[in-house]
Design a protein around this ligand. Structure first.
Ligand code: UTP
Length: 409
């Protein structure tokens, strides 16, 4: 892109402030800025000017019935057989969402590289890979494992996996791709500069994985290999069990387009998204979208009606995903602290939120799937999120759960 082209596209989008320091930049800086402008996705700005109503207000909500952990235990063998068969036939691939910034954890480097060990090194990636190797023992399969990183952590993530010998997985079965980025804007919708020669951008949220995967070219490989299902999971749960043959088998046997691992909510106000029916479609809604009455509603057996809390471990039918490609996943506008270059050319690290990031969420995909199986897992066995440095959902709580599951720290 030339300077003239950049100027034109920026003028058309009302973002000429990005060229404010052009005259101060050397050749390399100018090239970097032009490249940054060329990569900007201006389409998300539309959401700033015309925000969508993304709350559940005004929607008709109803609880859904899922497979309980007890029901699963009774049919585990039957499901496992189906799951192992699908794994052996190469119908399953995995996708690890590792593009987040882990701001709440506040540690340097990729979140998955965080050391959960006390007497030895044990990263979050390693915890998850140990579970995977365990679950693949009976089928002997080595499904393609795609790792989605962000522009900010891609290099470090690749290095970490290589340095750790891919955690015992065949290196050629692990492929990395970078998720798309979205610009960050100030309170007036103007894109901020992160450096004089770089527009401020951030990963576009964990819902953008399908578009990013397609763009990376890896989707073609997946299809060529004959994959029919994609097990998408988050990095920040040290007890995460992707490629779990029982879950895979149960989802396939259900005839639904998607399976969602869930934990039963332990208290009506637990802050997890829950699966429910929203205007007749299976969807995930946030805890704050439930009225007090709904949050407290109980079924005849005493369990909460709205109780299937999602843990970001889904099995998606690729066929259905392709059909939904034309659907527009909602873009959420999130207020955040964004470091920026001031008009006077000084780098500022704001103490308060000063602008917005644009994010799509994986949970929003569920409503496009048409059908989904809520699949209950036992929380103490499969849900140990690492979100914060201390307190709830922290390194401490996750370490305690790892130990409870017999993992040596
Ligand atoms: P979170 O929503 O908890 O975000 O991610 P985060 O960035 O890790 O942490 P905070 O909010 O900054 O503290 C849930 C999962 O989605 C992935 C994360 O890596 C994690 O596995 N994710 C999140 C992405 O892959 N890309 C994103 O843009 C955001």
């Amino acid at each position: 892109m030339t300077y003239e082209q950049a100027k034109k596209v920026l003028r058309e989008n009302g973002q000429e402030q990005l060229l404010a320091f052009w005259s101060e930049l050397d050749e390399a800086g100018r090239a970097r800025l032009l490249q940054g402008v060329e990569k900007l996705d201006f389409s998300v700005l539309e959401n700033f000017n015309h925000p969508q109503n993304l709350s559940g207000t005004g929607s008709r909500l109803a609880p859904v019935k899922g497979l309980t952990a007890d029901e699963i235990d009774l049919r585990a063998e039957e499901f496992k057989k189906i799951g192992d068969e699908a794994l052996k036939n190469g119908e399953i691939a995995g996708l690890l969402l590792a593009g987040g910034q882990g701001t709440r954890l506040g540690a340097e480097g990729p979140k998955g590289a965080y050391n959960m060990g006390v007497t030895r090194d044990l990263s979050i990636f390693a915890c998850q890979m140990n579970n995977i190797l365990n679950d693949l023992q009976s089928s002997g399969a080595r499904p393609l494992l795609l790792v989605m990183t962000s522009e900010k952590n891609d290099g470090e993530t690749r290095k970490f996996w290589a340095a750790n010998d891919y955690f015992g997985y065949p290196a050629e079965r692990v492929k990395f791709f970078v998720q798309n980025a979205a610009p960050c804007v100030d309170e007036n919708g103007k894109i901020l500069l992160e450096e004089k020669d770089a527009p401020a951008t951030s990963p576009n949220g964990n819902g953008g994985w399908f578009a990013s995967l397609k763009k990376s070219g890896l989707y073609e490989i997946l299809k060529r290999e004959g994959a029919r299902w994609l097990n998408v999971y988050a990095v920040d749960n040290v007890l995460q069990r992707p490629f779990d043959p029982v879950f895979i088998g149960a989802t396939i046997a259900s005839g639904k387009a998607c399976g969602a691992k869930c934990v039963r909510k332990c208290d009506p106000h637990e802050k997890v998204g829950v699966l429910c029916e929203k205007d007749g479609k299976i969807s995930v809604i946030e805890y704050y979208e439930l009225t007090e009455e709904m949050a407290n509603a109980r079924a005849a057996d005493g369990t909460l009606e709205y109780s299937y809390g999602v843990i970001l471990n889904y099995l998606f039918s690729l066929k259905r995903l392709e059909e939904t490609e034309k659907e527009k996943i909602p873009v959420h506008i999130v207020k955040k602290k964004i470091p920026y270059i001031s008009g006077a050319g000084e780098k500022r690290e704001p103490e308060k939120e000063n602008g917005y990031k644009f994010e799509t969420l994986a949970v929003d995909l569920i409503s496009f799937m048409g059908s989904a199986l809520p699949y209950e897992v036992r929380r103490e066995k499969e849900f140990a999120p690492v979100k914060n440095a201390t307190g709830a959902d922290s390194v401490e709580t996750a370490r305690a759960l790892l130990e409870k599951n017999g993992v040596k720290l």
